[in-house]
Design a protein around this ligand. Structure first.
Ligand SMILES: [Zn+2]
Ligand SMILES: [Zn+2]
Length: 165
């Protein structure tokens, strides 16, 4: 994972006052890999993060995993990320964020914004926020890059209020 992506994710965590969040990267557990789908089960990854970072979670830290691997949950072709609602762990994948915006090694304004958007979304779940119906709020569900690009990396007023930020 390139350094810019880790820095971008950490900045997005700080937007939510989650600067103590541990931003982690590294090879995903092969046990979570689905051979036929060629994707990782994001629920399995979350479970691994919970086990691997149990100590920092106990100390009250959030854990954000960043990966370039493709993620899925059963019933969906892919997910941009996954999080524990009101828990501690989240994972965000850059795999589907890269299209005409360029390769992962070369950050573009668009790619950084997409990553910030998905990080804010998943960490919002960690903080207890559910999906928001405001299409311009980062907590709106996104099914495609069109959705991600439309909603952007900011929370709506209602979600900010819910967080008490
Ligand atoms: Zn969500
Ligand atoms: Zn909202």
């Amino acid at each position: 994972m390139p350094g810019w992506a880790i820095e971008t994710a950490a900045r997005a965590a700080a937007l939510l006052h989650l600067s103590p969040a541990a931003v982690v990267q590294g090879a995903l557990d092969r046990a979570c890999f689905h051979e036929k789908r060629r994707q990782y089960d994001s629920r399995c990854i979350i479970e691994r993060l919970r086990q691997d970072f149990a100590e920092s979670i106990e100390r009250g830290r959030a854990v954000l995993g960043i990966t370039s691997e493709d993620l899925y949950v059963p019933g969906l072709n892919f997910v941009f990320g996954q999080a524990e609602l009101g828990g501690a762990c989240a994972i965000v994948s850059t795999h589907r964020l890269v299209d005409e915006a360029g390769a992962l090694g070369q950050p573009t304004t668009m790619l950084e914004r997409r990553l910030r958007t998905e990080v804010v979304h998943e960490l919002g779940h960690v903080l207890g926020l559910e999906h928001c119906s405001n299409p311009y709020c980062a907590m709106c569900f996104s099914n495609s890059l069109l959705d991600t690009d439309r909603k952007g990396d900011r929370l709506c007023f209602a979600c900010i209020s819910r967080l008490g930020l």
